[in-house]
Design a binder for this molecule. Structure first.
Ligand SMILES: [Zn+2]
Length: 210
């Protein structure tokens, strides 16, 4: 038990994962690398987490996508970031650059997809996972379908342009002969608050001009 606890803690620290407000009450370990923990959320609510590697990996890679989004923020772009992961490694990154490049197609996902295809020297990205801080739009969803990603993971929902859950679910549409699984809500709060503070900043700058 103590050994498993130590392993889990090492893993959490290594990946800079904090579970604030959650009390970990038990650990288990079925296989060498398949950790699980039981977290107490409130007096009566418990969260039973298995396959921690998978869960933590999603958080970890989304954190890297958020770092890309921060780069967009710093260059005055709507803060959206994306990374492409192949064999558990980041092979491509991208952040929104539509203003900088004066290019409406320069979304974070498009940039990351083009870079990933170039790294793998292939138009198909069947063994890769795309992480995006924001729900992909119809253009990016189209590129995702053409690339045949293994999985798409995104953070915040996009009520205006979201095409992977909110307005449309293009990656799971029966009319296409390709379907791509989607996981949403990974680091949703962080991804969304970055967008919110960007638009707040924009509004206060604009009101300063008037
Ligand atoms: Zn897009």
């Amino acid at each position: 038990m103590a050994q498993v606890r130590k392993k889990v803690n090492t893993y959490l620290n290594k990946n800079e994962i904090n579970l604030p407000n959650h009390e970990i009450i038990s650990y288990f370990n079925r296989f060498e690398f398949d950790f699980g923990i039981i977290i107490r959320l409130s007096t009566r609510k418990y969260l039973f987490l298995t396959h921690m590697e998978k869960l933590f990996n999603h958080n970890y890679f989304m954190e890297l996508a958020i770092r890309e989004a921060v780069k967009a923020f710093d260059s005055g772009e709507v803060p959206v970031g994306a990374v492409v992961v192949y064999e558990n490694k980041v092979i491509a990154k991208g952040y929104n650059q539509v203003e900088t490049l004066k290019d409406p197609t320069a979304h974070a996902e498009m940039i990351a997809i083009t870079a990933a295809a170039s790294v793998l020297d292939s138009k198909r990205l069947t063994e890769t996972i795309l992480y995006s801080t924001l729900e992909p739009c119809p253009m990016c969803a189209g590129a995702i379908l053409h690339s045949r990603f293994k999985l798409v993971v995104f953070g915040a929902m996009d009520v205006k342009w979201g095409a992977c859950s909110t307005l449309y679910h293009l990656l799971q549409d029966d009319k296409f002969n390709v379907k791509i699984p989607v996981i949403s809500g990974i680091k949703e709060i962080e991804s969304e608050s970055l967008l919110k503070s960007f638009f707040q900043k924009l509004r206060s700058e604009n009101s300063g001009l008037n």
